[in-house]
Design a protein around this ligand. Structure first.
Ligand code: GLC
Length: 420
């Protein structure tokens, strides 16, 4: 099965970067590529570095690494570069995605060093600077008040586009758009699995608002009709910061190490405050309504990748995750099965994503739940072996759904099958 995973990554290679899958997602996506780089590090270190280097080509001068890099044109995806109207050297989108980059860089560097590659230090050093600049952007642009939590201004930034976590906040976003919507996704996969038209209108309304702010972070922060201090994003950023700190021991200056340590402290403290004992979960905060986001989604477990929990929290999270797995053919569902919002086949409203399981099991292992981590990893590997390298899986049946031949599912397979 590893050969099949390699074949998918080869098929989706467009010259040093990997598209998530042909047709449906024909460009380079930010967090997909970071996971893919970790997958490549298991067998092709040069290619792992290339993936991150090509992603870094899209980094803006202010430090943001966009969610899509349009290296080459394609007419099978909407919204393309003309809708975003950004001004980077290479056409890109104007929003970002979870910064798995730092986590990936550490993995790639460690694999390169273990293999004794002479170019490891030089290549890692350059990418380390890209990562550091992007983390600075995160804190400056997305936590200007210094709360220790970074915010998303668009559901697409979260990586969980259509999650019920955004329902309440998205309802306040108008459906009017200045851009003509020409959806392409529903021509590639069944519309019943994709976001609804009304959601799409709101997604594009937000793009219109931010384009009118000329993509200036301060203006966007002021104008944003959608602003959520997100525990998934902050968890990943905090973890990437910890991974950069490890690289910084040998690759960076004392000043930069100090800066990363301060970032790490602010982020982990901010994150720790989002624990809700009554829910046994971490919760995001809606900065427009000033309310907690209580929808039970996978995001609630992602802080485990960055925090050391106390015993009571560990017990609570374990039994909460077990409750979500109960009766499922494959877990962890992206929305709790007991939630009224649960839809096992619709985008981020129930289905299982291999990369999410990868993060959750990492976090569980770090917090002393090796057995549950293994159970989730093995379930993921088996689901892929049964159904193929699909975009995601129906937790109630194990059926593979969405786009086929998915790069990050192949990468997850390469990494998780080595562990189980
Ligand atoms: C969808 C997913 C997002 C992913 C992208 C490409 O937009 O929600 O997480 O990065 O597809 O795979």
């Amino acid at each position: 099965m590893s050969e099949a995973a390699w074949a998918i990554l080869a098929e989706n290679d467009r010259g040093g970067y990997t598209v998530p899958t042909a047709h449906l997602y024909p460009f380079q996506w930010n967090w997909d590529s970071a996971f893919v780089a970790i997958g490549f590090a298991t067998y092709d270190i040069d290619r792992a570095y290339r993936e991150l280097e090509r992603l870094a080509e899209g980094q803006w001068d202010d430090g943001m690494i966009p969610h899509i890099i349009f290296h080459a044109p394609s007419d099978t995806y909407f919204p393309g570069p003309e809708v975003w109207g950004t001004r980077h050297r290479i056409p890109t989108s104007g929003i970002t995605q979870p910064p798995v980059f730092g986590m990936a860089l550490r993995q790639v560097h460690e694999a390169a060093s273990a293999a004794g590659r002479p170019d490891a230090v030089e290549r890692t050093r350059k990418l380390f600077q890209n990562a550091l600049r992007s983390h600075r952007w995160w804190l400056r642009a997305r936590d200007p008040e210094g709360t220790g939590l970074v915010s998303i201004l668009h559901p697409w930034e979260s990586g969980s586009d259509n999650s019920p976590a955004w329902d309440e906040a998205l309802k306040r976003v108008p459906t009017s758009t200045k851009t003509t919507i020409r959806r392409k996704d529903t021509g590639h996969v069944d519309a019943a699995m994709r976001p609804r038209d009304e959601d799409y209108q709101r997604f594009i309304h937000l793009v219109d608002v931010y384009r009118e702010c000329e993509w200036d972070p301060a203006r966007q922060w002021e104008a944003a009709p959608f602003k959520i201090a997100d525990v998934q994003m902050t968890g990943i950023l905090a973890r990437s910061t910890a991974d950069l700190l490890i690289l910084a021991q040998s690759l960076s200056s004392p000043e930069e190490r100090g800066e990363l340590e301060r970032m790490h402290q602010v982020l982990t403290e901010g994150l720790a405050r989002r624990w809700r004992q009554d829910l046994s979960r971490f919760v995001s905060r809606d900065l427009v309504s000033h309310r907690d986001v209580e929808a039970p989604t996978q995001a609630c477990f992602i802080p485990l990748v960055a925090l050391t929990l106390d015993d009571q929290q560990r017990r609570a999270i374990r039994s909460e995750i077990k409750r979500w797995l109960d009766g499922m053919v494959v877990g962890v569902p992206s929305t709790a099965p007991f939630s009224p919002a649960f839809e096992p086949k619709r985008y981020w409203r129930g289905p299982v994503w291999a990369v999410v399981n990868w993060l959750i099991s990492d976090g569980l292992r770090m917090n002393g739940s090796e057995d549950l981590a293994r159970e989730i990893e093995q379930g993921t590997v088996q689901a892929i072996e049964r159904a193929g390298f699909c975009e995601y899986f129906d937790p109630t049946t194990g059926e593979g759904l969405g786009g086929g031949t998915f790069s990050w599912t192949a990468a997850a397979y390469l990494v998780l099958s080595q562990r189980s």
